[in-house]
Ligand binder design. Structure first.
Ligand code: SF4
Length: 327
């Protein structure tokens, strides 16, 4: 084992968000323009062999959990095969997906070693889903969720972004639906990561508002231990079921951050809002040893800033959009 990945603030990094592609089959209005984006050319994407090798280097430096993201990771060809190879590295694997195609793949992903899944869903109304994603795939997402549960992925979480005047009237409905279905619901504050750079704090529904609305009909008791988890969790109506709120903007949790990101084209981002990246793909393809790659990674982590700085006068939104960074 190599020495752990510690930044200048003493934060130890054990969680890797791994983007498998920048492509997506939905066009969520706060994430992707209707015409899509210029996708990364295939030769620039890390191959399965390269991914497994790099994740091995991260694992040798203390990374224990890997979340597979995108774009839409289910679009990655041979995903079950990649997951079974990553499982051999003794890592807890999870996946964040928009759910389209999950119905077909859930069992194979579980059998390959996937443990848990987060599915993005911002509305229970098919017509509103269509307006938000420009794709008529609402039923597919619901079927994907059910298939994930049936396959034994646990927990099955639902990620919802509330937007003022768009879907914020569904907060309590979504909670009651998730409780009835046995899904763990997470409300996520909308973050300034859209390619159009149109994010407006005024339309963001913040954690206080979400909890105030839910609290009108339900009793919410904070869950004691949070650790480095992004979500604040609350027991609902005294039961074991919880609801989570990820207050990235209004209640930042950077002080306990243990997350790193590797983009589908081999760039290390030491923070979701990092302004610069460290390239692992070029040295990898130029024959670098694992020790050399590890040293490069260590330098990238050492330079991590204290927090995202959203709201600070000098805040600069990253050039790379969320769809090419991954959740
Ligand atoms: S914004 Fe950056 S530092 Fe803060 S929690 Fe997210 S990844 Fe960590």
């Amino acid at each position: 084992m190599r020495a752990p990945l510690v930044d200048g603030f003493g934060r130890v990094h054990t969680d890797l968000r791994l983007s498998l592609t920048d492509r997506c089959n939905l066009r969520c209005t706060y994430c992707m323009p209707a015409e899509g984006l210029d996708w990364l050319p295939k030769p620039e994407l890390l191959t399965d062999d390269e991914l497994v090798r790099l994740v091995g280097v991260f694992a040798s430096m203390g990374v224990r959990t890997v979340r597979l993201t995108g774009g839409e990771p289910l679009l990655r060809r041979g995903l079950p095969g990649l997951i079974s190879r990553l499982s051999e590295l003794d890592l807890a694997l999870s996946l964040t997906t928009n759910g389209v195609g999950l119905e077909r793949q859930a069992q194979a992903l579980k059998d390959a070693g996937l443990k848990r899944v987060n599915v993005s869903l911002d509305s229970l109304r098919p017509e509103r889903f269509l307006a938000l994603t420009l794709r008529d795939r609402h039923e597919d997402v619901l079927e994907g969720l059910a298939a994930a549960k049936a396959a034994g992925l646990e927990p099955v979480k639902v990620n919802t972004v509330l937007m003022r005047g768009v879907n914020d009237d569904e907060a309590t409905e979504l909670l009651e639906w998730a409780l009835a279905e046995g899904y763990a619901l997470r409300f996520i504050e909308q973050m300034p990561l859209d390619p159009q750079h149109g994010w407006d704090r005024g339309t963001m529904v913040d954690a206080d508002e979400i909890l105030e609305v839910l609290g009108r009909d339900h009793v919410l008791i904070p869950v004691e231990s949070r650790g480095s988890a992004p979500a604040e969790e609350f027991h609902v109506d005294g039961g074991p079921a919880t609801v989570g709120v990820v207050g990235s903007v209004s209640r930042p949790f950077c002080a306990s951050c243990d997350r790193l990101r590797l983009t589908a084209d081999g760039q290390v981002r030491n923070c979701l809002f990092a302004r610069d990246e460290s390239d692992l793909r070029a040295p990898l393809r130029d024959g670098a040893t694992d020790d050399e790659l590890a040293e490069r990674l260590r330098v990238a982590v050492a330079g991590k800033r204290k927090g995202h700085g959203i709201g600070d006068p000098g805040f600069v939104q990253p050039d790379r959009p969320m769809s090419a960074i991954g959740g």
